[in-house]
Design a protein around this ligand. Structure first.
Ligand code: NDP
Length: 340
């Protein structure tokens, strides 16, 4: 057992795209669990786009990470010492430890992982927060009907891939948007979307229109920016837009360049009776048991597939995270911790 653990803190607030110097790797003493506590060792750290928001000092739905504070995040951890009656050594749990290799916990806010989470990394992706985001946002807000068209970008990632696959299960037509030939081939060939369009293509807007001959009934918004501009003219009357993420804008500081498009957008919302509804997944947390039951069954019977992008080595977390904001991940991005 190591006596020294590691953590990654926010060294500086980024301007635009984060740099590796905005993070700092620190060595810290591994704490001892007291009575009623466990010592957890992180096995897998989830890297998620929302972490970019925490790096800015901006009013949002969650408080910013202070400069010098440990980066936030969810992990799969293993109990390595226990002085808690409910947790035995070797048990795997889901915990919000942040970017740390070790932490002591009193058992509150730990979720035990049963055999449905196989491999255990699914607790961070398809059966975790991103999968649940897709499930709740699509079914509660998007409400896809048979033969309707559902469009989603970042379609090879953990949220987008689930949106399209659940849309298919509900009898809708799924159109994915992804960056590059490899991701597009995966979305259509492996995930079974009906069509896929590469947002990097110079003819993206025309190709999207051709892939949606009956317009768009549900647009599950994950990226914003130019993708939204191409989608908006294709939205049908009464279309639903769950507004879940705007990753194309996360590295912007200040106002976007170009004309103010809000008046034109509002005109479309009015004239086509659109429903746009923002949400943060935690508002639907009461649906977690139903989500895990239903999606684990879909995985077992082959109706849902998933892809994970596992980066080895705790120290590689910052580079992997920076790459994800630019689409360099291919599947749910997870860091495997290579130490005791
Ligand atoms: P992904 O693993 O899919 O990674 C992000 C992907 O976004 C990249 O791989 C890239 O895919 C795509 N992307 C990045 N920049 C652009 C761009 N300019 N235009 C188009 N696509 C871009 O992430 P997640 O599935 O974890 O998250 C997807 C979205 O969902 C994020 O916006 C995230 O913030 C949001 N989210 C919201 C939650 C909520 O509660 N509201 C909860 C969880 C996630 P590609 O190479 O294919 O373009």
């Amino acid at each position: 057992m190591h006596t020294t653990g590691r953590q990654i803190v926010l060294a500086a607030r980024p301007t635009g795209t984060p740099k590796s110097t905005d993070f700092r790797l620190e060595e810290v003493a591994v704490p001892e669990p007291g009575d009623g506590e466990v010592l957890l060792a992180t096995r897998y750290l989830s890297l998620d786009p929302y972490m970019r928001g925490r790096m800015d000092d901006r009013k949002s739905y969650a408080a910013p990470t202070p400069v010098g504070g440990v980066m936030e995040g969810e992990v799969v951890a293993e109990v390595v010492r226990s002085r808690h009656p409910d947790y035995g050594i070797g048990e795997r749990v889901l915990a919000r430890l942040g970017w740390r290799t070790h932490a002591v916990c009193d058992g509150t806010e730990l979720t035990k992982l049963d055999s449905r989470f196989s491999p255990v990394t699914t607790a961070l992706g398809v059966l975790g927060m991103p999968g649940m985001t897709a499930y709740t946002g699509l079914l509660t807000i998007g409400k896809p009907q048979p033969n309707q068209t559902v469009v989603v970008a970042a379609a090879s990632g953990p949220v987008g891939s689930m949106v399209g696959q659940i849309a298919k299960i509900k009898g809708a037509r799924a159109v994915g948007i992804a960056g590059g030939a490899q991701k597009c081939a995966f979305v259509k060939g492996e995930l079974g979307f009906d069509a896929v369009v590469d947002h990097r293509s110079p003819d993206f807007a025309d190709e999207l229109a051709a892939a949606c001959p009956n317009g768009i009934d549900v647009y599950f918004e994950l990226v914003g920016g130019g993708v939204w501009q191409a989608v908006m003219p294709l939205l049908n009357q009464f279309a639903r837009v769950p507004v879940c993420g705007l990753i194309a804008q996360y590295n912007n500081s200040g106002q976007p360049e170009g004309p103010d498009r809000l008046p034109a957008t509002m005109r479309e919302v009015l004239s086509r009776s659109l429903t746009m509804r923002g949400f943060i997944v935690r508002e639907f947390w009461d649906q977690r048991p139903a989500f895990v039951d239903e999606v684990s069954a879909w995985i077992s019977d082959g109706r849902v597939r998933f892809r994970e992008d596992i980066v080895k080595g705790f120290a590689n977390a910052p580079e992997a995270f920076i790459g994800m904001l630019d689409g360099r991940n291919f599947g749910k991005l997870i860091v495997e911790i290579d130490e005791d």
